[in-house]
Write a protein that binds this ligand. Structure first.
Ligand code: CA
Length: 226
């Protein structure tokens, strides 16, 4: 489980990071809102823990920006602000849960587990779209131009990853890290093989391509260049 922690107070972020790492979470830390936003938009996380009062860009603004690109990633807001108006602003901006500082680690861990479990079970489904392609993460269905496409579980996972990151080039290493649980020889061409399988189903029967190779970089999903 990959967690992004956006927290400017070094003591607090070190305390959370250490605790979560002991529970086998993989934690990345950003100390300001701008960098936190950049990380959130360029990597796939299972959970984002977001402080509200941050230098540069507030947690609410970080959250709004994330939600413009990703409706699905669970976000837990951390803040010393206890006023109802702030909670409402947080939920209005797309937060899934709210924890007031100071808090005990077990309380944080319970929230983190609840939010990541929900994501793991896919009960909070999302519909991802690009042009005439639609992927439903809860129903596990893919359609293009009204036709249902039959994908294997691995092809589905790969397509979901590419769609969640549409418009952004994913390197083979990033794809491997997010879609393949078992490790494999980094020199193997397994990613290219699966992208090819996916293309045969998603792109080949249709007049326009959505999966593009960026030479020397990786793959990106976007509408065909005009
Ligand atoms: Ca702060």
């Amino acid at each position: 489980m990959k967690v992004l922690l956006v927290e400017d107070e070094p003591k607090v972020s070190a305390f959370i990071r250490k605790g979560l790492e002991e529970e086998h979470f993989d934690v990345e830390v950003a100390y300001d809102g701008t960098f936190g936003t950049r990380l959130a938009l360029s990597h796939t996380f299972d959970l984002i823990i977001l402080d509200v009062i941050l230098p540069g860009m507030s947690g609410f603004d970080v959250l709004k920006t994330i939600r413009q690109h990703d409706q699905d990633v669970p976000v837990l807001l951390l803040t010393a602000l206890g006023a109802t108006a702030d909670k409402l602003e947080g939920f209005g901006a797309g937060a899934d849960d709210y924890l007031l500082k100071p808090f005990d680690f077990p309380e944080l861990l319970a929230r983190v587990r609840a939010l990541t479990r929900r994501r793991g079970h896919g009960s909070k489904g999302a519909t991802l779209t690009l042009a005439d392609l639609t992927l439903d993460t809860a129903a596990k269905t893919v359609t293009r131009a009204g036709q249902t496409l039959k994908l294997t579980a691995r092809e589905f996972a790969l397509l979901e990853l590419l769609l969640r990151n549409k418009g952004r080039v994913l390197s083979r290493a990033e794809i491997a890290e997010h879609s393949w649980e078992e490790s494999f020889d980094a020199g193997s061409n397994v990613i290219d093989v699966y992208v090819n399988y996916l293309r045969n189903k998603v792109d080949k029967p249709f007049p326009t391509r959505l999966i593009h190779t960026v030479v020397g970089m990786g793959y990106v999903m976007r509408e065909e260049d005009k």
